[in-house]
Design a protein around this ligand. Structure first.
Ligand SMILES: *Cc1c(COP(=O)(O)O)cnc(C)c1O
Length: 224
């Protein structure tokens, strides 16, 4: 057993049934991804277009790639051929470009999550709840044939204050219900609540996370 496979097993055992695990492999060498793959992991998250492209070429083709970082509009075209989900859509412009490139490149459907910004750090990307309401109310997304909005993604404030982190997860969870009722009541596929990383996923699970994004606890510290 490798260290990666041991870690992976430990993380898996701490997840309730049905919660999806995105193994966040950014900055880690492809050998470590292979160890995770050999231990059965199929869902991987990357946050840089170039790195994702290289790893996609080197890894087996049945890996499901999630793009989890901030995505620049001009990079969309490069990842569209093989990305299964874009986890952090934070503008209508980005959504439009995903639709446009998916159409051009013959992708029937690209799954996306809308990224909600609740953390106190000004540096984090994402839509405020009001911006998210506005995007959905505008309705342009309804015309998009190749983009499927599957839920929300959120990163909590990076702090030791667990009460604060839990409040943010709860706010995201409540906001999910609001949006679900208003726009996706008849759409079973709007179901994902992606919150929780290595340091806070245990808290996220208390607030109905369905998809955790975990890097360090599986692969160890990143080498930048
Ligand atoms: C890097 C990253 C993670 C994983 O963080 P860890 O603390 O290593 O688990 C999760 N989500 C996003 C969006 C990231 O960029």
């Amino acid at each position: 057993m490798t260290e990666v496979s041991r870690n992976l097993e430990q993380v898996r055992q701490s997840l309730p049934e049905g919660v999806k695990l995105v193994a966040v492999s950014k900055y880690h060498p492809v050998e470590k991804l292979r160890e995770a793959y050999d231990a059965g992991q199929r869902l991987f998250g990357e946050s840089h277009e170039q790195e994702l492209r290289t790893k996609h070429e080197q890894m087996p083709k049945n890996v499901e790639w999630h793009f989890i970082g901030h995505l620049q509009t001009n990079k969309v075209k490069y990842i569209i051929p093989y990305v299964a989900m874009i986890d952090a859509v934070d503008s209508i412009r980005l959504l439009r470009e995903i639709e446009r490139q998916a159409e051009r490149q013959g992708r029937d459907e690209v799954r996306v999550l809308l990224e909600l910004h609740l953390a106190e750090e000004a540096t984090k990307y994402g839509l405020s709840p009001d911006e998210c309401r506005q995007l959905l109310a505008d309705g342009e997304w309804r015309q998009m044939k190749h983009v499927r909005i599957c839920g929300l993604m959120m990163m909590a404030t990076n702090t030791d204050d667990e009460a604060r982190i839990e409040r943010e997860f709860q706010t995201a969870s409540d906001f999910f219900d609001e949006v679900k009722a208003q726009y996706f009541a008849d759409d079973d596929r709007f179901a994902e609540r992606s919150w929780g990383m290595s340091d806070d996923y245990r808290l996220a699970l208390r607030h109905r996370s369905t998809m955790v994004r975990i890097g360090t606890s599986i692969f160890g510290p990143r080498e930048y």
